[in-house]
Design a protein around this ligand. Structure first.
Ligand SMILES: *[C@@H]1O[C@H](CO)[C@@H](O)[C@H](O)[C@H]1NC(C)=O
Ligand SMILES: *[C@@H]1O[C@H](CO)[C@@H](O)[C@H](O)[C@H]1NC(C)=O
Ligand SMILES: *[C@@H]1O[C@H](CO)[C@@H](O)[C@H](O)[C@H]1NC(C)=O
Ligand SMILES: *[C@@H]1O[C@H](CO)[C@@H](O)[C@H](O)[C@H]1NC(C)=O
Ligand SMILES: [Zn+2]
Length: 960
């Protein structure tokens, strides 16, 4: 599934809170995905003792097992569905369907298990299905059929046995609810020209195809699908493959349209998609004749909001064809923007679905961060057309490979489409650093899980997390860099050719990469790809590499944010890694070295007093670096005298490493704080963003204590030159800089300056907002700056500003604009406004269901809103659980957001109490997040004990 969908929201909220009253990084929203998805009725294991992955109940009956037996394999399906976009006599929206599947018997059996969930199946002669033999084979009679609701099977027991090698046809007719539950085949509503419109759409990943029609719903069970949709005249039907026939017909006395689609390629059920809507599209043909279409609401297409997506799709497809050395596997590529969609995007093969904010770009109201989000999400989804869709991981335990891979190469595709944006550098912010944040806790888990550890729908849901996406991306990037990109791409392309239209496991990829290494002279690895990678994927966490430049000693240690934390999880590799270290000495790039033991002397790293060593050059490796004090001092003075000698991503990494080493009590916090001193001269986005996130952490810890004032004063001093610089180059804030990342830095300058009270800043933002209030149709605030300006003005204002913002939110016709307002409304300092806003999240007429939890997250990042949001979530936990269902993706984000500021013993006790009180209901996908919150809060309490005073003293001395 796509980016945008599980979000480790603290990245976004980071900037937001830091600016105490400003929302900075809209782009960030893209990248670490609002990880939410959907719900399912599967029984969630009520884990009172909170094992991260509950062990499934064991039973000997095949229908009690979550995995299908290997007795049958599907070949093709014929599916006809008819969604009704008006309520039936019972006040319900429904769809009807008929479906047949041809399967081959692989092993003798008298049992058919096929997934089916929430479907009412028609009964034929007492049974829920009909079975016939093909090619002259006689099928055994059906003995009995029933539903096994826990495992979501239709169970069919036969009188006799199916014969190996023979083909059978299983036929069903059914009715399902077209609910607005964002999963399976569902309905979405939106307003257009004052009229309510209804569309029927799908989200099958991971386990919802079975809710649309009975199917063998596992990714490895690939088949061909012949799909037909019946729909109202005047609406358009879309599916994975090209429509081959659209005809007006009369069925049951109704004048209706039937659209028949060509057979799909062999594919997995979770990638199936259908849409019935009155959307329209723009299109283009690429050089090889592949039809590219962008679909959206009529108004959005008329406003040309689809143009940008259309413009970039072709170059991105072209890039991936070259990169994978494989043609685009299908004849068309549809991409559709949906008003109600729980994930950020979904890579349905040939019919990719997006939230509107991930596909539609309106130059008049969208910020360049919105544009960047579009190019990265589109690139991510299109990368899946090959990796994920053409070759699919056999089971969800290897999800990390699918998502990590797409999360890595999305930057390559985006870089090709927008070559001046420096996209590749941004991976370190949006993948590496966000993965470090969760992977340095003892509650983390290895990238790869054993197949038998992942069974239930909620266990599958839980795989969609920061580790799978971001650590997966960072580790694969490291692999690509030590193999070199050309060897990596060569192995990859052979792997794709070998497994096309089939499925694989991660060791298959290692094998093909190893072959590419063996065929390339000049590449020397200390161990095989398999042996090196096992250490990164089979054990959680990552090392901190310590370099003592006095002796040349290089050593490694498992990096944990809480130094005294006990690691329960055993590792067969003792938490040691094979670490590829690229490095430089005083500006000169040196040969890469491998650290293969706990510690080793590496002579070239012993340097004289006027040289310095910088390791993890270009941040190509997934590890942190620490040095002896002398080297730290020399790096700091290099930063202050001429920071440009150090590559821009390494400047960001020095900051991030130093702060995290200090949080882990490995280095002195004052040393970390000193890495921010050079920011006076820094004009680049990536280091500023990294600094902002780390300082945000400080804000969260200290904005309720006496440290706050001194910290504000220091930051004000540091950001002032940046604010003035952008004031000058933007002719006193009347234009925006031309450079893409400079535009992001400009936003940081404005929001940080306003939040720390740099003279002139708040007056500026307030006056812009006031002008807009006086003349609402004419919003002259530049789209890039809107989030910051809205947030500042609403924070500084009262009910009048809030209500104006709310009105504008309700009127917004561009999704990106609506998001800016929705988050800015959380910036108010007025408690009753915040409480009312929280109530609104329970009313879908006011806040869309897909937006409810992120809105609560925005409110929680506000210092005044946090306790209100926490109370609200605690009071309504049952409600959310019922509303979204236990398998939903949303809970982890929700818990993370409302507990993000916790740092006192009282808050820790509340957290534990919450865990106890709701043990009965459970925490669904939030189980891990809750564990993480407890661990993080515990660590913060300890850390504050020893560090609060030095921090205060340092800020006081530096702000004097
Ligand atoms: C399934 O649909 C295909 C394409 O329309 C058709 O050729 C085939 O006969 C159908 N199979 C069965 C068993 O009805
Ligand atoms: C399925 O059957 C149940 C029980 O009869 C009924 O309550 C439900 O409304 C039916 N669903 C649909 C979509 O017809
Ligand atoms: C799309 O490409 C066309 C042609 O190059 C260009 O004129 C237009 O501005 C682009 N649109 C967007 C939104 O980037
Ligand atoms: C950190 O450094 C400061 C200033 O050099 C010093 O006062 C403090 O004691 C040090 N803290 C620790 C824990 O070593
Ligand atoms: Zn994805």
């Amino acid at each position: 599934m796509g980016k945008g969908y599980y979000i480790s929201k603290h990245l976004a909220t980071a900037a937001m809170v830091l600016a105490a009253i400003a929302l900075v990084t809209i782009i960030a929203l893209s990248v670490v995905y609002n990880r939410e998805k959907s719900k399912n009725a599967a029984k969630f294991s009520k884990a009172t003792t909170l094992p991260v992955f509950p062990t499934p109940k064991t039973s000997n009956e095949p229908w009690d097992k979550y995995r299908l037996p290997d007795t049958l394999s599907p070949q093709y399906y014929n599916v006809t569905l008819w969604p009704r976009l008006v309520k039936n006599a019972n006040g319900m929206y429904i769809f009807t369907g008929i479906s047949g599947v041809m399967f081959t018997c692989e092993k003798k059996t008298d049992l058919i298990l096929i997934h089916s969930n929430k479907l009412n199946l028609t009964v034929f002669k007492g049974h829920h299905a009909k079975l016939t033999g093909l090619s002259g084979v006689t099928a055994p009679a059906i003995k009995t059929t029933w539903f096994q609701s826990e495992t979501q099977y239709l169970v069919i027991q036969l009188e006799g046995k199916l014969k190996p090698g023979k083909d059978y046809w299983l036929y069903t007719e059914f009715t399902g609810e077209l609910a607005d539950d964002l999963e399976g085949f569902y309905r979405s509503e939106y307003m257009e020209n004052g009229e309510k419109k209804i569309i029927a759409i799908t989200q099958m990943q991971a386990t919802y195809a079975r809710k649309a029609f009975p199917c063998f719903d596992e990714p490895g069970m690939k088949a061909v699908f012949h799909i037909t949709l019946i729909h109202d005249r005047g609406t358009t039907a879309l599916s994975n493959s090209q429509e081959i026939k659209t005809e007006n017909v009369i069925i049951d006395g109704m004048a209706i349209t039937r659209t028949i689609f060509g057979p799909t390629k062999r594919m997995s059920t979770y990638l199936i998609a259908f849409v019935v809507s009155d959307f329209t599209y723009i299109d283009a043909k690429d050089k090889k004749g592949v039809l590219v279409r962008i679909w959206a609401r009529k108004k959005a297409i008329e406003d040309r909001q689809g143009d940008y997506a259309l413009n970039i799709t072709q170059p991105i497809l072209e890039f991936f064809e070259k990169y994978y050395n494989t043609s685009y596997p299908l004849s068309k590529s549809d991409q559709i923007a949906l008003p109600d969609f729980n994930s950020g995007a979904m890579e349905n093969w040939g019919l990719v679905a997006y939230r509107e904010t991930a596909l539609l770009y309106d130059p008049r109201t969208s910020a360049n961060g919105n544009k960047q989000r579009i190019v990265t999400v589109v690139s991510h989804e299109l990368a899946h057309m090959w990796f994920g869709n053409l070759v699919t991981v056999k089971w969800w335990n290897d999800l990390w490979l699918n998502e990590g891979f797409a999360s890595y190469v999305e930057y390559l595709g985006a870089d090709y489409a927008e070559p001046t944006w420096n996209m590749k550098d941004q991976t370190i912010l949006y993948d590496l650093q966000s993965a470090f944040a969760v992977d340095s806790l003892t509650s983390s888990h290895p990238l790869s899980r054993k197949e038998e550890e992942v069974n239930t729908p909620s266990e599958i849901s839980e795989m969609f997390n920061t580790i799978s996406y971001s650590k997966g991306a960072a580790v694969l990037k490291m692999l690509s860099e030590f193999l070199t990109e050309s060897v990596f791409a060569k192995g990859l392309s052979n792997y794709l050719k070998q497994f096309a239209f089939g499925s694989s496991v991660h060791s298959d990829l290692w094998e093909y990469l190893q072959k590419a290494v063996d065929q390339t002279p000049g590449i020397k690895l200390p161990y095989s790809v398999h042996e090196i990678m096992n250490r990164w994927i089979l054990q959680m966490g990552f090392p901190v590499v310590t370099i003592d430049t006095r002796t040349g000693n290089v050593s490694q240690k498992h990096f944990l944010l809480e130094p005294e934390a006990v690691v329960d999880r055993k590792s067969e590799f003792n938490y040691e890694w094979f670490v590829p270290i690229k490095w430089m000495k005083k500006g000169q790039v040196q040969d890469q070295l491998w650290l293969l033991q706990k510690s080793a002397i590496h002579k070239p790293m012993k340097v004289s007093k006027n040289e310095w060593v910088l390791a993890n050059l270009h941040v190509s490796g997934y590890f942190r670096v620490n040095y002896d004090l002398g080297n730290w001092e020399r790096l700091l003075s290099q930063l202050e005298s001429n920071h440009q000698v150090i590559p821009v991503v390494n400047r960001a990494q020095i900051l991030d490493d130093a702060f995290n080493l200090a949080r882990a009590s490995i280095i002195n916090i004052t040393l970390a704080l000193r890495t921010t001193k050079y920011l006076l001269h820094e004009r680049e986005y990536i280091p500023w963003e990294a600094a902002l996130r780390n300082l945000n952490y400080f804000f969260q810890l200290f904005d309720r204590s006496e440290v706050y004032g001194a910290m504000q004063a220091y930051l004000k001093k540091q950001v002032k030159p940046l604010f003035e610089y952008f004031g000058t180059i933007s002719s006193n804030w009347t234009t925006v800089p031309s450079g893409h990342t400079d535009q992001f830095t400009q936003i940081i300058a404005l929001s940080l300056a306003c939040s720390t009270g740099v003279e002139g800043c708040r007056e500026l933002t307030r006056s812009w907002f006031k002008k807009w209030m006086q003349n609402p149709p004419n919003n002259a605030i530049h789209p890039n700056l809107r989030s910051t300006v809205y947030c500042n003005a609403i924070a500084a204002g009262g009910a009048e500003e809030w209500n104006f913002g709310w009105q504008m939110f309700q009127k917004a016709t561009v999704a990106a604009e609506a998001v800016k307002l929705r988050s800015a409304l959380a910036c108010t300092k007025v408690p009753w406004l915040l409480n009312r806003y929280l109530e609104y999240t329970m009313n879908p007429e006011k806040i869309r269901k897909q937006d409810a939890t992120s809105t609560i997250g925005y409110i929680a990042s506000n210092i005044i809103g946090q306790p209100l949001a926490w109370d609200f979530v605690r009071a309504n936990w049952d409600y959310f659980f019922k509303l979204y269902g236990t398998g939903s993706f949303i809970f982890s984000g929700l818990i993370r957001d409302v507990t993000y500021r916790f740092c006192t013993p009282f808050e820790l006790s509340q957290l534990k109490r919450f865990q106890k009180d709701n043990a009965e209901t459970g925490f669904g996908s939030g189980t891990q997040a809750l564990q993480q919150a407890i661990e993080k809060t515990t660590a913060k309490i300890k850390w504050l004990e020893g560090n609060k005073e030095p921090v205060l003293q340092w800020f006081l001395s530096e702000s004097a």
